[in-house]
Design a protein around this ligand. Structure first.
Ligand code: GKR
Ligand code: MG
Length: 430
């Protein structure tokens, strides 16, 4: 009988290379913080997890790790009790709106759940390895063998501003419709994606409408989404919906907050998706009763893990609301976790989106592979991934060497390097 007691927990903050991707708040930093979690059992089995790595997450992860020792990796419900015990500095939480603005309202609870998710995934990985079962089996079993992802297109500079330490990428610039179409072609060639999401809220809406039109022309019949992260007023959102209604699979967070989304939904037939106005269980009732969203995009990190994502999916199914997944800058551990849980969700009818192709670096011995736009669901025990300790040490060294400027992701600060006048835009921008 396996001994499932947690005897050690290792936390490794890292900085991972990120290209200069533009969003409504600014531009991605050249390196983004992530946290790698390792949970070791009395049998010497190690499970891995990954979550956001900014300081405010680390500050919660450290006491969480201490409290986990001596518990069982199978005690997944107990993780929520551990989270409740971990204190949160409320003042930090209210400072967090800058980046949190792209992931809905930040609350202390959401921070705790994001931290918890890294531990939940690590416990599931360790449990699966101990029992010889893949994570999807621990979640009730897969209902599909591969999970489809969409290409995640971004307006992008060719490189980070001159003088900024960064890694080169070979994607080139994408700052107009032709550039966006070219980027989509590369995504299709390299990974076989057949649906496309464009991160909007960067240029005036007419320019982004033109980019989506150009995509529709270049890739007829392919599902398309546009996501300005709430940068538009209700009126602008309705206008964009009218102009792109014939080509959009859905419009993602056109306007900020449930009341505005409900008004847009009332005035257009284009389905609305969100990873901003429904980000916690508490936000579901208002949004669903107002018909504000037709698809909820889970981020298993801030929803509190893989089992909470399944619960979200069940609620969505009950209310006839679609479910899929959005992503933030992440590595292969999180992609594996997303793939395992997505494989168990029967009502997954939209390709999930993933930042992974943008990440040239990983902490795994083998990268996960997209074939025809899908990731095969791993059947090996646990998550089916293996940590590359040398890579992990290298990316941790980068975090250690950083003077503190990159340890807390701040897209507006990164933009100010190129444009000293830049301030986080007031919403709605247009
Ligand atoms: O990485 O710039 C970005 C995205 O805007 C990200 O922060 C969002 O959370 O991808 C996310 C989204 O779908 O809104
Ligand atoms: Mg979004």
């Amino acid at each position: 009988m396996a001994n499932l007691t947690v005897t050690d927990v290792r936390l490794t903050p890292i900085l991972v290379a990120d290209p200069p991707l533009l969003n409504t708040q600014g531009v991605h930093q050249p390196y983004t913080p992530r946290l790698i979690v390792e949970v070791v059992t009395a049998d010497g089995v190690t499970g891995v997890g990954e979550t956001y790595g900014d300081t405010k997450y680390l500050e919660l992860a450290r006491p969480f790790a201490e409290k986990l020792k001596g518990r069982q990796v199978s005690d997944l419900n107990g993780l929520f009790a551990v989270a409740d015990e971990v204190a949160v500095d409320a003042s930090r939480v209210s400072e967090a709106v800058d980046v949190g603005g792209l992931r809905g309202v930040q609350t202390a609870d959401k921070l705790r759940l994001s931290v918890l998710s890294g531990f939940e995934v690590a416990c599931l990985d360790a449990l699966g390895k101990s029992l010889g079962l893949p994570v999807h089996a621990l979640l009730g079993g897969k209902v599909r063998d591969a999970v489809e992802y969409s290409a995640y297109l971004f307006y992008k500079w060719a490189e980070h501003p001159a003088g900024v330490r960064s890694e080169q990428d070979d994607w080139g610039a994408a700052l107009d419709p032709a550039g966006v179409v070219e980027q989509a072609r590369k995504f299709k060639e390299r990974y076989g994606f057949s649906s496309f999401k464009l991160k909007g809220g960067v240029f005036p809406p007419d320019e982004e409408i033109a980019a989506v039109r150009a995509l529709a022309q270049a890739f007829p019949g392919h599902p398309l989404r546009l996501d300005p992260n709430g940068a538009w007023s209700v009126g602008t959102s309705v206008k964009v919906a009218e102009e792109l209604g014939d080509v959009l699979e859905y419009l993602e967070d056109p306007a900020l907050g449930t009341p505005a989304m409900a008004e847009v939904a009332e005035r257009t037939g284009v389905p609305l998706a969100t990873n901003m106005c429904v980000t916690t269980f508490a936000e579901i009732k208002e949004a669903f009763t107002q018909g504000a969203v037709q698809v909820v995009l889970s981020d298993h990190h801030y929803w509190g893990g893989l089992r909470n994502t399944q619960q979200l999916a069940a609620i969505c199914r009950t209310f006839g609301v679609g479910v899929s997944m959005h992503s933030n800058t992440h590595l292969g551990i999180s992609l594996a976790a997303m793939t395992h849980v997505a494989a168990t969700v029967p009502n997954l009818h939209h390709a999930c989106d993933s930042h992974y192709p943008w990440q040239s670096e990983d902490v795994l011995t083998e990268r996960l592979v997209f074939e025809n736009g899908s990731v095969r669901v791993p059947d090996a025990p646990g998550l089916g991934v293996e940590l590359d300790r040398d890579r992990l040490a290298l990316l941790h060294r980068r975090w250690l060497d950083d003077d503190g400027t990159l340890r807390d992701r701040d897209d507006a600060a990164a933009m100010r390097i190129a444009d000293p006048e830049w301030a986080t835009p007031a919403m709605p921008r247009w």
